[in-house]
Design a protein around this ligand. Sequence first.
Ligand SMILES: [Ca+2]
Length: 116
Amino acid sequence: MNKIFPQGDANDNAAGAKALPGGAGDMPQSLPSFLVAHCGDPSSWIYSDQKCDGANNCGDCSDELSPVTACPPCGPGWWRCPSTVFGYCGCIPRSLCRDLVQHCSDWSDEYSCPGP
Ligand SMILES: [Ca+2]
């Protein structure tokens, strides 16, 4: 094997393994730019419709929360709170309210949220 940049192998493998929506990797050049969006970590990208959809697609919530992303307030099916659940960010589904399980760091899903 001719290795021109042998020290780059580990990085290349890592990028290749994570070249999926929601993960790190090069922005897909084959897609129109309006279909993809950067995460707070510029090496990560998502599909544009994954912004502000309530789900933590970037892994650091930068697709859901300011200052990276300006999202409208939580939709009618969502409760706004600092979430403790990895899959959510600033909103949780109201179906998780009043289920006797903490999903917000301030417990507002159990004490303030009126329920689904
Ligand atoms: Ca999202």
